[in-house]
Design a protein around this ligand. Structure first.
Ligand code: ADP
Ligand code: MG
Length: 459
């Protein structure tokens, strides 16, 4: 196993057992630098991370590494700019205190609560339907997941959920397992990453026991395999997997997959396996819109002490656009900062924190900013924009503002309608569609909007 593979396996293990927010905060941009006869050096991006890993996660890391490579003896942490671009200067504010003294009592090494994955099912109880926020971006996947839980092996088999990184696939898959187990404790459920599945399979092939492998997998009523795209290009694994899958299917066992792309886009996948994946239900998860991002942040920030205020959450929701994992990571970093300083950071400080964790705060725009710039550009006022006037010189900027709120800000139609004096969502849809259409044939309008965007992003 190369250092990279070893670290990746350990990370996969750890990712499952600690919260994603912690995971991204403490393990992003880490790597194994050397491994000399089991003496491992882990590169970390800054002194703060080094302290936390040493003081809080050390045993946990050691244990995760040993699961994959029993000969690991010890770990040292070393601050290094590589393999990633490091934030230019270490933050003296963050380094001032020893973070270990800030840990809540009872949260020392490895004893933290999060470490409670069920050995038999491999499920982490913290992933449930009740803390999974549903919006238009994931409602199909969510509905399909719920339906599968109630109809194991009968309706949608297999269920194939796909979507980009950090958008909730693992959460949803685990929730399926947890809920199914809750409804029927006798149900035999197993969750695993496709890497674990592949490793099991390779071991079975090497030990000449493929039948044993098949028999074992056949005992599960609900088999959940995460990130199946990693099976791509592995011919022997696919071959065995095909047979295992057929066996399960013939016995009406439910299978659920996730992937970062739909089956048809997985390269180097055997055709017969692809058609199996496509035979059930395929549901996608797309990017969450602004309101959903805010709703997710609100729910994750609730009951946290200190609880961040709404403005701060709105700011994070508009800065971190795509990925729910990064959204949580950003919130977590801000919470750490609040805890160490005992006060709410200014928006400027939050911007810096976000810059440190490599999100793209420079592109931060808010709904108010868009509206304000549209008014300046077309020499009108917000009051005019929001009122019911149908005058052409008002209608156009209003529609453009609505268009930008949708296109650049990813606001939902009801949100946009609401924002503009409580109009119906169909007005927002109409505005968006009209401007989109006009843009294609009206070069002058296209230039105007380009200029307007320059103002919005660069002023
Ligand atoms: P993926 O497997 O798609 O990469 P995860 O399931 O690991 O993403 O999700 C990343 C983080 O975001 C997790 O901590 C998860 O709990 C959280 N998350 C994702 N989607 C939602 C959602 N709809 N509601 C609440 N939390 C979510
Ligand atoms: Mg995942």
């Amino acid at each position: 196993m190369t250092n990279e593979e070893l670290w990746r396996s350990a990370l996969t293990e750890m990712e499952l057992t600690i919260s994603k927010a912690n995971f991204i905060t403490w393990f992003k941009n880490t790597a194994i630098a050397h491994n000399e006869n089991g003496v491992i050096t882990v590169n970390v991006p800054n002194a703060f991370t080094k302290e936390w890993l040493e003081n809080k996660y050390h045993k946990f890391i050691l244990r995760s590494l040993r699961l994959n490579s029993p000969e690991v003896r010890s770990i040292a942490y070393s601050i290094s700019a590589s393999p990633q671009k490091q934030a230019s200067t270490p933050d003296p504010f963050l380094l001032k205190k020893r973070p270990s003294t800030d840990l809540p009592p009872g949260e020392e090494q490895l004893e933290f609560q999060e470490f409670n994955v069920d050995k038999e099912t491999n499920l982490n109880p913290r992933y449930t339907f009740s803390n999974f926020i549903v919006g238009s971006f994931n409602e199909l996947a969510h509905a399909a997941a719920q339906s599968v839980v109630k109809n194991i092996g009968t309706i949608y088999n297999p269920l194939f959920i796909y979507g980009g990184v950090g958008l909730g696939k693992t959460h949803l898959l685990q929730a399926i397992g947890n809920e199914a187990k809750k409804l029927n404790p006798a149900l035999r459920v197993r969750y695993l990453s496709s890497e674990t599945f592949t490793n099991d399979l390779i071991a079975a092939i090497q030990n000449n026991e493929p039948q044993k492998f098949k028999d074992r997998y056949r005992t599960f009523d609900l088999l959940i395999i995460d990130d199946i795209q990693f099976i791509a290009g592995k011919a022997r694994t696919q071959e065995e997997f095909f047979h295992t899958f057929n066996t399960l299917y013939e016995h009406n066992k439910q299978v659920v997959f996730s992937s970062d792309r739909p089956p048809k886009s997985i390269q180097d996948l055997e055709e017969r396996l692809r058609s199996r994946f496509e035979a059930g239900l395929i549901a996608d998860i797309s990017d969450p819109d602004y309101e959903t991002r805010l709703a997710i942040l609100k729910s994750k920030a609730a009951n946290k002490t200190p609880e961040p205020d709404l403005e701060l959450l709105e700011y994070i929701a508009s800065a971190v656009e795509k990925n729910i994992r990064e959204l949580e990571g950003a919130l977590n970093s801000v919470l750490v900062r609040m805890r160490t300083s005992g006060r709410t950071p200014s928006l400027e400080e939050v911007k810096q924190i976000l810059a440190q964790i490599n999100t793209k705060p420079q592109k931060v725009i808010t709904a108010s900013k868009i509206i304000k710039e549209v008014c300046v550009f077309y020499d009108t006022t917000e009051k005019h924009l929001f009122e019911r006037s149908r005058r052409r010189e008002i209608v156009k900027p209003r529609q453009i503002a609505m268009y930008l709120l949708r296109e650049d800000f990813r606001g939902s139609y009801p949100y946009i309608g609401q924002k503009f004096g409580g109009r119906d969502h169909t007005t927002a849809i109409h505005a968006f569609e009209k401007i989109s259409r006009d843009l294609k044939k009206d070069q002058k309008l296209a230039d105007e909007i380009k200029l307007l965007k320059d103002h919005i992003y660069n002023s």
